[in-house]
Design a protein around this ligand. Structure first.
Ligand code: NDP
Length: 332
């Protein structure tokens, strides 16, 4: 029997890779898109003809109940979020309502429609929930100390999901994911800013990459690897939460060097340190211990950082040359 998966945030980076994975496994994939975000459907490129959409306001509990009742989903993946963390300071309540509210309304809908025994629920949690880290590396028992509205909202959604699992016996779980990247990462993120600027410099549009702290380190993985583990969590015998990352730290400096290496340029000739880009809330040693996912789900990351960066730079070069995106045009 064909399984049905319902996805919020389907037009984002993970939504694309997850839809592609589920379609390849024969799922019927349905995305819930707020009516005012219909134009984002174009971001699904070749998948737009293969997935279905429902125009749904995620703040409307009644409509969510109706759509869950109509579709009787086997799996729900709740990915919608304003994922660029600094923006959450501009609208903390809106962030809370989208992240926590959508999780709460969807979980309630599953229960109220009578699908507690059928529907499996995935919540997109974040390593940001660890905040000012208390230990390194982090695992499923590390205390949460969120330090921005996005992380607080994610933590509230996470606990709401746990409550539904414990009180109502729902098959619900969280993936506590570390940064993951791909050519679909928006340019507001540092990885994509670097790859897009390296491509722009190579093609003669720019000659500067303005950066903040080059020594900051992150645990960066590949979005295509991480959606696989989301799916595996929902196929497991028991619903459990998992920390998902590579377990490896790389500095921004290394990442810059990798990107410029892809276009045969020496990064040191182009990088300028601008204090305005220094983030005040740098996390140090935010790095995953993904042992539980390896042992229980037989999951391990497949794509290393240099391969991800190579893919991103090559896609940015191609997009600029085809006129699909604007290059960065900074000249010193
Ligand atoms: P993206 O930013 O690429 O996608 C976010 C999705 O949420 C998009 O579909 C976006 O729609 C939608 N969205 C944003 N704001 C609203 C809103 N107000 N109402 C309805 N939908 C909205 O994120 P990713 O795909 O990278 O991440 C997926 C999930 O995983 C998110 O919840 C994120 O917080 C979480 N996560 C991501 C990590 C990462 O490194 N990528 C790390 C840890 C957690 P639109 O396309 O119209 O903008």
């Amino acid at each position: 029997m064909t399984k049905t998966a319902l996805i919020t945030g389907i037009t984002g980076q993970d939504g694309y890779y997850l839809s592609r994975l589920l379609l390849s496994k024969g799922y019927r994939v349905v995305g819930l898109i707020p009516p005012e975000r219909r134009s984002s459907m174009a971001k699904l490129d070749e998948l737009v003809e293969k997935v279905e959409f429902r125009a749904v306001d995620l703040t409307d509990a009644q409509i969510l109940r109706e759509v869950v009742a109509e579709l009787q989903p086997d799996e729900i993946y709740n990915l919608a979020a304003p994922s660029f963390v600094p923006h959450s300071w501009n609208d903390p309540l809106g962030t809370l309502d989208l992240i926590t509210g959508t999780a709460t309304r969807l979980l309630a809908a599953v229960r109220q429609v009578g699908l507690s025994d059928r529907t499996r629920f995935y919540q997109a949690s974040s390593s940001e929930m660890f905040g000012t880290v208390a230990e390194s590396p982090q695992d499923e028992n590390t205390p949460f100390r969120p330090k921005n509205p996005y992380a607080a909202a994610k933590l509230h959604a996470h606990w709401t999901m746990v409550h539904h699992r414990e009180r109502y016996n729902l098959f619900a779980c969280s993936g506590i994911l570390y940064n993951h990247e791909s050519p679909r990462r928006p340019p507001s993120f540092v990885t994509r800013k670097i790859t897009l600027t390296a491509a722009s410099i190579k093609l003669g549009y720019s000659n500067i990459l303005e950066m903040g702290n080059l020594d900051a380190k992150r645990d960066w993985g590949y979005a295509g690897d991480y959606v696989e583990v989301m799916w595996r969590m929902l196929q497991a015998d028991r619903p459990e939460d998992y920390v998902i990352g590579t377990g490896q730290l790389h500095s921004v400096r290394e990442l810059v060097a990798m990107a410029f290496n892809c276009v045969d340029l020496d990064w040191q000739n182009y990088v300028e340190i601008d204090p305005k880009f220094l983030r005040s809330d740098e996390h140090f040693q935010l790095v995953a211990n993904p042992t539980k996912a390896r042992d229980n789900l037989q999951w391990q990351f497949q794509t290393d950082l240099s391969a991800i960066i190579e893919q991103m730079v090559s896609k940015d070069l191609q997009r600029i040359q085809l006129g699909q995106i604007e290059p960065i045009k900074t000249r010193g």
